[in-house]
Design a protein around this ligand. Structure first.
Ligand SMILES: CC(C)(COP(=O)(O)OP(=O)(O)OC[C@H]1O[C@@H](n2cnc3c(N)ncnc32)[C@H](O)[C@@H]1OP(=O)(O)O)[C@@H](O)C(=O)NCCC(=O)NCCS
Length: 333
């Protein structure tokens, strides 16, 4: 059976750095509150005409450049999936816009929406396409510019987020599967824990059009916290069991970068040694679906992740959704 090979991972983050102290100029908050509750010190924020598509294009170009060294050309890309939950436009899809920018003329393109879990959802979708022999060379781009959808007067939300994009190229192989296992979680009953509502009314002949819906993220922070702690650890344990993996054999644990307290609590529950836990939330905040690929690439580049390696990934977000993965990365990634 055809397997999936992870060829490369890359990322792009917004250039502007906004520190906690900067935020005190526009909000009743403090570096102390944000740091102790979240571990975040600064975040990257887009400006001007930047958006999740422009970030995604740059992340895709970087991954392609790396992939070329492994013999994959842009014409070989036959599938592009963008995990883009809060895109600039409803359509065209972010994946189509990336296709056009990079010239991947032979690719089928579409977006998926699983909020912060989107990167792993896209990996699982890609793997299924590869395993069924429908597509051979896929580009995944997980991109979110969440700061466009945060109310900058809502201190309980806007301090948490930053903007970035992560990219991965995954190809068909006859060698061993780099995706050892993935499990996906969804619970629509908890849909109101994190929302981003954009719908207004339609026809003025039929509706009162004076009510305007603000397209801002709203979050029940404590409920999100409880959902994650209740739902994710048993599914991580289940994944270890179904893939017959001992937790000691995991070289690195890369959780979604949402809150340092959540990262620590998940690592504790898994009894993973702190030295194996990847965290860069201090410098980026929560970059939604981009968090995990950014953390992986950056940690490879700064030597924290040494390849080859077996990684356990864990993400969660609006939906509510969750997703866990065990993957291997070779030395050339
Ligand atoms: C958001 C989060 C850090 C808030 O921490 P918390 O301990 O639950 O804080 P609360 O919401 O209870 O707020 C406590 C107080 O701090 C205040 N507060 C909220 N944000 C603040 C800020 N940025 N600065 C200062 N005070 C703030 C609140 O107004 C509240 O004040 P009050 O007690 O006078 O009402 C925490 O709930 C969390 O991290 N949840 C998970 C969210 C998440 O990760 N979402 C994304 C998942 S993909």
């Amino acid at each position: 059976m055809t397997n999936a090979k992870i060829i490369t991972i890359d990322f792009e983050v917004a250039k502007n750095i906004i520190t906690n102290d900067d935020l005190t100029k526009i909000l009743d908050t403090s570096d102390e509150w944000i740091t102790t509750r979240t571990g975040i010190k600064e975040r990257r924020v887009i400006d001007g005409d930047e958006n999740s598509t422009t970030l995604g294009i740059k992340a895709a170009q970087k991954a392609l450049k790396r992939a070329e060294k492994r013999g994959i050309k842009v014409e070989d890309i036959d599938l592009i999936i963008a995990a883009a939950s809060a895109p600039e436009d409803v359509y065209p899809s972010v994946a189509c816009l990336i296709q056009s920018a990079i010239g991947a003329k032979n690719a089928a393109c579409f977006d998926i929406k699983a909020a912060c879990s989107g990167f792993i959802y896209a990996m699982e979708t890609t793997r299924a396409f590869i395993k069924s022999n429908l597509y051979k060379n896929a580009l995944i781009v997980a991109t979110d510019a969440t700061t466009k959808f945060t109310d900058w007067t809502d201190r309980s939300v806007c301090v948490l987020f930053g903007d970035g994009a992560g990219s991965m190229i995954m190809c068909a192989t006859d060698d061993a599967d780099d995706i050892i296992g993935i499990n996906l979680i969804s619970d629509g009953d908890c849909g109101d824990y994190i929302t981003l509502k954009t719908q207004g009314k339609n026809c003025p002949l039929l509706n009162d059009m004076t009510e305007k819906v603000k397209p801002f993220i709203e979050m029940k922070g404590k409920d999100v916290y409880k959902f994650v702690m209740h739902t994710i650890p048993p599914k991580l344990e289940e994944l270890l069991e179904t893939t017959k993996t001992n937790v000691e054999d995991i070289d690195y644990f890369v959780p979604h970068q949402s809150n340092q307290r959540m990262i620590d609590a998940l690592a504790d529950r898994l009894t993973i040694d702190n030295s194996k836990v990847i965290s860069n939330i201090e410098f980026y905040g929560n970059m939604s679906a981009a968090s995990i690929p950014v953390a992986i690439r950056e940690s490879i580049d700064n030597g924290k992740i040494k390849l080859p390696a077996k990684l356990m990934l864990s993400a969660f977000g609006a939906g509510m959704t969750g997703a866990n993965a065990i993957i291997t990365l070779d030395k050339e990634v």
